[in-house]
Unconditional design. Structure first.
Length: 439
C-alpha cells in the first residue's frame, strides 16, 4: 500500500470568468459535533444546517493546530503554522510584542492584489498590538478584537484592557459581541461596490467567557474567563452564532449576491467542555481527533454540489488554496502553499484523494490536565499519534474514537507514518523546549 502524499495541481483559471465574492466564516472553539447537521442532539442550528444542506459537508476536516493562534496562522498564510515563529506560540500573551510578519503574504494580500476588496470582522489573535493588526496584512478594513478572548459585553480582554478596534483605533461600542460582528458583516456585504469582496468573518463564539446574549449581569461578576458556563449558556452562544450567520446569508440574498458568493464555514480547532464530540476522543489542545477534527461546509450555488457529504480529508490550509483558486489569484511563489484546491471535490468531479497531514504541539493546559508534547500524522485512513514516549496507530475508517491501537498489528505502517512525521518535522521550525518527538 502506497502512503505517499498526492499533490493536486490547482484548476486552471478560465479567461473572462466572473470572480465570486468570498465569505469565509470562522467559529471559535466550535467542536466537531456542535451543529445539528454534524450530530448535536440537544439544540438546533437551523441556519448553519441550511448552509450545509445547500453545499458540501466535510466530515473529515481538520484544523492545522490544536488552539487558536497556530490555526489562524495557517488560515492567513495557507502554510503549516510551524513554518512561522508565531505558529509555535499558544497562547499568545496579551500585550506581547510581535505577531505575524508584515512582509509575509496572506490570503487577504493576495486577493487584494488580484483586485478584491478585503475585510476582517472579528478575532485576529495574530499580534496583540494595533500596529501589527489585520490592516498591516492585506485587509483593507478591520473591526474586531486583537486578543484571544474578550468579555462579550464590556469587550475587555483577560487583562481588563478594552479590545475592540476599528482598523488600528480602539472604539467603545455597546452590545453583545456576536451581534456587533454580525451587524458589521451585514453592513459590509450589503454595500454597493464595483469589485468583488473577500470578507473573513471570525466570530469569537462559542469561545469562553461563557456568556449568552442575556448574561449581561453575569459578566459583571465573572472572576475568570474560564469560570462558570453551562450547557444552556453554550447553546445560547451557538444560537447567537447561528442567527448571525443566517442574517449575513439573508443580506446576500437581498442584495442579489447569493449565487455569486463562495461561502466557507469552519472552526479554528476542537471544542471545549460543553462541546459534543462523539464519537471522537478528547478536545481542544489535544491531537486526538476531538481536538483537531472540525465541522466544515462549502457553499457556492451552481458551482459546488448541493446536499453532498464528502469524506475528503481537508485541513485549514486548503481553504486558502481553494479561495485563491476560485478568485484566480496566484499564490506567492516564494512561499509555496501547503493546502490543496478543493473546488473539484466540492463539485463532485473528483472522488476523495489520499492526503498526508502532520501536527505537533507541546503541553499547554494548566493543572492536572497538562501532559507531554504530542505529534500526529494522518495518511489515508491511518492515524499516527505520539504522546510522550508512547506511540499509537489507529484505523480511522473503522475506529474514529481511536480506541483500538493497531501498532503491533501493522508495524510497517507505524514506521512509515513515523518516518513521514520525522521528514515533515525536519522542514519545520524547531519547537522550543520539546525533545520528545520521535527521531
Amino acid at each position: 500500500m502506497a502512503l505517499a502524499r498526492l499533490t493536486i495541481a490547482p484548476e486552471p483559471v478560465l479567461a473572462g470568468r466572473a470572480r465570486p465574492n468570498i465569505l469565509f466564516i470562522l467559529a471559535d472553539d466550535l467542536g466537531y459535533g456542535d451543529l445539528g447537521s454534524f450530530g448535536r442532539p440537544d439544540y438546533r442550528t437551523p441556519n448553519l444546517d441550511r448552509l450545509a444542506a445547500q453545499g458540501v459537508r466535510f466530515t473529515h476536516a481538520y484544523s492545522a493546530g490544536v488552539t487558536c493562534t497556530p490555526t489562524r496562522c495557517a488560515l492567513a498564510t495557507g502554510r503549516y503554522p510551524a513554518r512561522l515563529p508565531i505558529g509555535l506560540e499558544e497562547p499568545l500573551l496579551e500585550g506581547r510584542v510581535g505577531g505575524l510578519p508584515c512582509d509575509h503574504p496572506t490570503v487577504a494580500s493576495l486577493l487584494g492584489a488580484a483586485g478584491y476588496e478585503t475585510a476582517l470582522i472579528g478575532k485576529w489573535h495574530l499580534g496583540s498590538l494595533p500596529e501589527n493588526g489585520p490592516t498591516r496584512h492585506g485587509f483593507g478594513t478591520f473591526y474586531g478584537i486583537l486578543s484571544g478572548a474578550v468579555d462579550y459585553f464590556t469587550h475587555k480582554n483577560q487583562l481588563g484592557t478594552p479590545d475592540l478596534y476599528e482598523d488600528a483605533v480602539a472604539v467603545d461600542r455597546v452590545g453583545y459581541l456576536t451581534d456587533l460582528l454580525t451587524d458589521r458583516a451585514v453592513s459590509y456585504v450589503s454595500r454597493q461596490r464595483a469589485r468583488p469582496f473577500f470578507l473573513s468573518l471570525h466570530y469569537t463564539a462559542p469561545h469562553w467567557p461563557w456568556q449568552g446574549p442575556d448574561d449581561r449581569d453575569a459578566s459583571r461578576s465573572l472572576g475568570h474567563f474560564q469560570q462558570g458556563g453551562s450547557l444552556k449558556i453554550f447553546a445560547d452562544m451557538v444560537h447567537s452564532l447561528d442567527e448571525g450567520v443566517g442574517r449575513v446569508m439573508q443580506a446576500l440574498r437581498v442584495t442579489n449576491q447569493d449565487r455569486r458568493t463562495l461561502v466557507i464555514f469552519t472552526s479554528d480547532n476542537g471544542g471545549e467542555r460543553y462541546s459534543f464530540h462523539w464519537p471522537l476522543s478528547d478536545w481542544k489542545g489535544s491531537l486526538w481527533e476531538g481536538g483537531i477534527r472540525v465541522p466544515a461546509v462549502v457553499r457556492w450555488p451552481g458551482k459546488v454540489k448541493a446536499g453532498h457529504t464528502t469524506e475528503q480529508a481537508a485541513i485549514s490550509m486548503d481553504w486558502v488554496a481553494t479561495m485563491l483558486a476560485a478568485a484566480g489569484a496566484p499564490p506567492d511563489p516564494r512561499y509555496p502553499l501547503d493546502g490543496m484546491d478543493l473546488l473539484r471535490v466540492c463539485r463532485g468531479d473528483r472522488p476523495p484523494v489520499e492526503r498526508a497531514f502532520y501536527w505537533r504541539t507541546r503541553a499547554w493546559r494548566a493543572g492536572p490536565e497538562s501532559g507531554p508534547a504530542q505529534a500526529a500524522a494522518r495518511v489515508g485512513r491511518w492515524k499516527y499519534l505520539h504522546i510522550g514516549q508512547i506511540e499509537h496507530l489507529f484505523d480511522l475508517s473503522t475506529d474514529p474514537g481511536e480506541d483500538a491501537d493497531l501498532g503491533s498489528d501493522h508495524p510497517e505502517i507505524l514506521e512509515q507514518l513515523r518516518t513521514g512525521f520525522q521528514k515533515w518535522n525536519a522542514d519545520m521550525l524547531p519547537l522550543p523546549g520539546v525533545l520528545e518527538f520521535p527521531g
